[in-house]
Design a protein around this ligand. Structure first.
Ligand code: URA
Length: 212
């Protein structure tokens, strides 16, 4: 993705007042990393540290993400990391459906602009963005083709921090990333259009999100 286009998108996100979350934010957290990354990670929403620093995954979950990435030979600067929501929900509560609906256009522009070969979905909210009825226990660790996108659902690092039994599963799932990337290709999709509002409709979702 053109770096200037990404800047424009970040500026648009910084000025967003589309949902209630703008009222409580310190700053927006659009995402960061290599705008031409082959590998993209999508988390849930900024927490307290992210809200203060304006960067995704800078707290404990971020440290674990960095560690897991390092183990498969990647640095944070090699990848692009974003969240479903760009503003912190109060008290880190779950994202609400209307908030996800308001924020969806930004994630879509990021994905379409970066065109990653592989998108790793960290936890339930990122996974259900592509696979609306997915259960993490069943979906995790398996690649899916969702429209043009190759996706890999994995547990959220915060879940592994809460339950250390999940750590070996996380490692197992991350170990799939390098071989998947090695045989993946960059999807051909049309360029993002800044200012374009995505019209959210069920029909549209079906075509984008069905498993091929
Ligand atoms: N958890 C998330 O889902 N995203 C962050 O950026 C930080 C913690």
């Amino acid at each position: 993705m053109d770096a200037q286009l990404l800047e424009l998108l970040n500026a648009k996100i910084a000025g967003c007042t589309a949902c209630r979350l703008h009222e409580g934010r310190t700053q927006t957290v659009p995402g960061n990393g290599d705008p031409n990354a082959e590998l993209m990670f999508i988390g849930e929403a900024p927490g307290q540290n992210e809200d203060q620093q304006g960067l995704p995954f800078v707290g404990r979950a971020g440290q674990l993400l960095d560690e897991l990435l390092g183990e498969i030979g990647f640095a944070r600067s090699d990848v692009f990391v974003a969240n479903v929501l760009k503003c912190r929900p109060p008290g880190n509560r779950d994202p609400q459906p209307d908030e996800i609906g308001c924020c969806e256009v930004y994630l879509r522009e990021q994905i379409e602009g970066i065109r990653p070969k592989l998108i790793v979905l960290l936890g339930r909210f990122a996974t259900q963005y592509f696979l609306p009825n997915a259960k993490m226990g069943e979906a995790r660790g398996q690649p899916y083709q969702a429209g043009p996108w190759l996706i890999l659902p994995v547990y959220h690092p915060a879940a592994a921090l809460r339950n250390s039994n999940l750590m070996s599963t996380m490692r197992e799932d991350f170990s799939i990333i390098p071989p998947l990337l090695a045989r993946a290709e960059r999807p051909e999709v049309s360029r993002p259009q800044i200012g374009h509002q995505h019209a959210h409709s069920d029909e549209d979702d079906d075509s984008q999100r069905s498993l091929l």
